[in-house]
Structures are given as structure tokens and as C-alpha cells.
Design a protein around this ligand. Structure first.
Ligand SMILES: Nc1ncnc2c1ncn2[C@@H]1O[C@H](COP(=O)(O)OP(=O)(O)OP(=O)(O)O)[C@@H](O)[C@H]1O
Ligand SMILES: [Mg+2]
Length: 377
């Protein structure tokens, strides 16, 4: 299995007892094996079961999105990867080592190969950009000269060579996150964990930071685990996605598959948020709730591949005898695959509403997620 196959994601591990430190699965950078996490009761507050039955692998060199609502367990999951939290049951294998079994100096050494970036950047306000980036190198015992050279290199890598002597209060949010990324990469980690790293940024800055992360993945080969509650972030950057809900993995796989065939209601609601804004304004403004004589019903759906839209329209015409028109078609690159967002017009002649029901039944039968948006005159 190569890095482009991630069949392991979401599939239960059959024999996780058999995983040795020199994992027999070199393509998995992170593997969760039989993981649950329960925070103990504390000062009269009851215990919290944050994660249950977590079994999946994150392929080496991939960008994997972990998406879920607030409280789903996303941060708990990343804190298990870098050993900040211990699992209640199971093991977390990172780069062939069981990080959940390490403590003390061994754990600190292992943590150097796992970088992390945060929503609120977590920079020290009393240190310049350069000195923030230098911090992990100081802790790792690098010499002054080596630190100086490495920090210069990192500032250039993240595109803020001119901010060397700036304090966090003198930097924009995007620049602060660039410092955070440089600091996370300082000790040349093999994994970069991002916990809502763009949630405090505007859309344009988010895009720039996600582009930077894509470059880092491509050029340095760093495996990236992207925690987010925004499907647009997953869609822009990730190839694989894991959907968490109430501490469970409810769906996982290639992003393009999940976008075209979401199965779980939570996934569908995340998708509705990103797909919801994909209608051309000229069309959206014409859609009304009630049908009119001679008008069309409007149905939106997602398809895999650039040519799939035309094929589908032809099949609807042939198999249902409907003169379907393509009101709008948009092709996006999602998870490295082309995904089309189509809006179809279904003629409302006789038998009227029945054409809509038949079209939706046909699409559902062929597993195209579709929704009836309304009508146009
Ligand atoms: N240190 C802790 N002690 C006790 N309970 C915790 C702790 N950390 C998290 N929890 C609880 O575990 C559950 C999962 O929390 P977690 O922070 O992992 O969710 P999340 O998906 O990251 O949410 P958000 O999107 O709001 O950041 C929640 O019910 C939370 O209250
Ligand atoms: Mg969180």
C-alpha cells in the first residue's frame, strides 16, 4: 500500500495486539489502536468520556483533516498524538513508537518530532519572533550559532524574514501564525498538528496559511493533522478526512468520496455549510418556493470527475425520459480530485411534481447526494 491509499482509515484494526514498535505498517505515521479517553471526575464534576473506540491510521506524508463540532473530542485526539494526554485504553503509535507508553525524557525527545500550532498562536509576548522560534531549539540544547542559522532559515521558509525582531504585539494574526508554524517546525518534526490554527483568521489569511501548510507538506514531507470545525478548511487542504461526533469516528475516507457521498447526518450538515454558498447569485436570486406552470424544479448534487455532469444529464434524459437542463456547473479540486457541483433544472410539465420525485429517487438509487432547492419560472 502506498501513501496514496489510505484504506486503513476508519477500518478497525483486527489484531492491534500485534503492532510492534517497528510497525509492520511503515506508511502509517499515526495509528490509534483501541483508544478511549475518559477525563476523571474532578472537584465534584462528573467524569467525561471524550473518546471511544477510536481505531484509525493517518498515512505518512498525508494531510488528514479531523472535523467535528465543539466538544466532539478533536483536541483530546491531538493531545494523545503528542503525548500531552494519556489514553484511558489503547495505544497511540507515532512513527512506529507507542507514544502513550513514554514518559519523562523519552517522551520529551519523542515530542521534538511532533510540532503543534494553535488557534491563538501561543507565542511569548516578551520574546521577538526570532526568539519565539528559537525557544524549542534552546530547550533541545542547540548552540547559539546553530540556532541563529536555523531561525533565519525558518523565518524565510514561512515568508516573514523581515519580522525577525518584531514582538507578537507588532504582528498581524497571519504573521503570528507564521511564527507559530516556524516554531513548530524548528526541530524538524515528522508530524505537524494543527488545532484550529486558522479559526481566528479572516478568509484571505486562512487561505494563505493553508497554502503555506500545503507547501510544507509537499516540500518537507511533513505529515499534517488538521483539526477543524470548518469543512472549507478540509476541502482546501486535506486528502483524507475523519469525522468525529461525540467521541466517535462516524465517517472517514478520501475527502473527494466524502464530498460526493456523505453518509452520516453530521457529515451532511458540515457539507451543507460549504456547498450552500456555491450557487451563482444570478440563479440563487431566481429560486422560489412554489412551482409555476412551465417552470423547472431546481435540484443540486455533487458528482465525481469533470465529465460526470454531462453523462448524468444524458442518463436522466435516456432513463427517465426527462428533458433535464444544466442550470449551473462548477468544478472544484477537492482532496486532489475533481468534484462537480451541478444544478439541474427538471421540467415541470405533466406529470409535474412526479418528475422531481422520480429524479430524486434515481439520484438516491445511484448514491448521488442531491437536494431539491425550489423552483424557477
Ligand atoms: N482536561 C479536561 N478535563 C475534563 N474534561 C475535558 C478536558 N478536556 C476536554 N474535556 C471534555 O472532553 C470533551 C471533548 O473535548 P475536546 O476539547 O477534545 O473537544 P473539541 O472537539 O476539541 O471541542 P472544541 O471544538 O470546542 O475545541 C468535552 O466534553 C470536554 O468538556
Ligand atoms: Mg478543541
Amino acid at each position: 500500500m502506498n501513501a496514496h491509499q489510505s484504506l486503513a482509515i476508519g477500518q478497525p484494526i483486527e489484531r492491534f495486539e500485534a503492532i510492534s514498535p517497528a510497525a509492520d505498517e511503515p506508511e502509517a505515521m499515526v495509528r490509534f489502536a483501541g483508544i478511549s479517553k475518559t477525563y476523571p471526575a474532578y472537584r465534584g464534576k462528573p467524569g467525561v468520556s471524550a473518546l471511544q473506540n477510536i481505531d484509525f491510521a493517518i498515512p505518512r506524508g498525508s494531510i488528514t483533516g479531523v472535523i467535528g463540532r465543539s466538544g466532539a473530542g478533536k483536541s483530546s485526539l491531538v493531545r494523545l498524538i503528542n503525548g500531552l494526554e494519556k489514553p484511558t485504553t489503547g495505544r497511540v503509535i507515532v512513527d512506529g513508537r507507542d507514544i502513550s507508553a513514554l514518559a519523562g525524557r523519552e517522551l520529551r525527545l519523542a515530542q521534538r518530532s511532533i510540532g503543534m500550532i494553535f488557534q491563538h498562536f501561543n507565542l511569548l509576548s516578551s520574546r521577538t519572533a526570532a526568539d519565539n522560534i528559537a525557544l524549542p531549539l534552546e530547550i533541545a540544547g542547540w548552540t547559539k550559532a546553530d540556532i541563529k542559522a536555523r531561525v533565519t532559515e525558518l523565518l524565510a521558509l514561512v515568508g516573514i524574514a523581515d519580522k525577525h525582531d518584531r514582538y507578537p504585539s507588532e504582528l498581524s494574526g497571519g504573521q503570528k501564525q507564521r511564527v507559530g508554524i516556524a516554531r513548530a517546525l524548528a526541530t524538524r518534526p515528522s508530524v505537524l498538528l494543527s488545532d484550529e490554527a486558522t479559526s481566528a483568521l479572516d478568509p484571505q489569511t486562512t487561505r494563505a496559511i493553508l497554502d503555506l501548510l500545503a507547501n510544507i507538506n509537499r516540500e518537507l514531507g511533513v505529515t499534517i493533522v488538521l483539526i477543524t470545525h470548518e469543512m472549507s478548511v478540509v476541502r482546501q487542504l486535506a486528502r483524507d478526512v475523519v469525522v468525529l461526533d461525540a467521541g466517535h469516528v462516524v465517517e472517514s475516507g478520501h475527502v473527494a468520496d466524502i464530498f460526493t457521498h456523505p453518509k452520516h447526518p453530521i457529515t451532511q450538515s458540515f457539507l451543507a455549510e460549504v456547498i450552500g454558498d456555491s450557487l451563482p447569485v444570478s440563479l440563487a436570486s431566481r429560486i422560489v418556493a412554489a412551482p409555476s406552470a412551465g417552470g423547472q424544479a431546481v435540484i443540486r448534487l455533487q458528482v465525481r470527475g469533470a465529465g460526470a455532469g454531462d453523462t448524468l444529464v444524458a442518463r436522466l434524459a435516456r432513463e427517465l425520459g426527462l428533458d433535464v437542463s444544466l442550470l449551473s456547473a462548477r468544478i472544484d479540486e477537492i482532496g486532489g480530485q475533481q468534484v462537480g457541483s451541478l444544478v439541474l433544472g427538471i421540467p415541470l410539465g405533466i406529470p409535474g411534481e412526479d418528475a422531481v420525485t422520480r429524479t430524486l429517487a434515481f439520484l438516491s438509487q445511484h448514491q448521488f447526494p442531491a437536494e431539491h432547492l425550489g423552483y424557477v419560472a
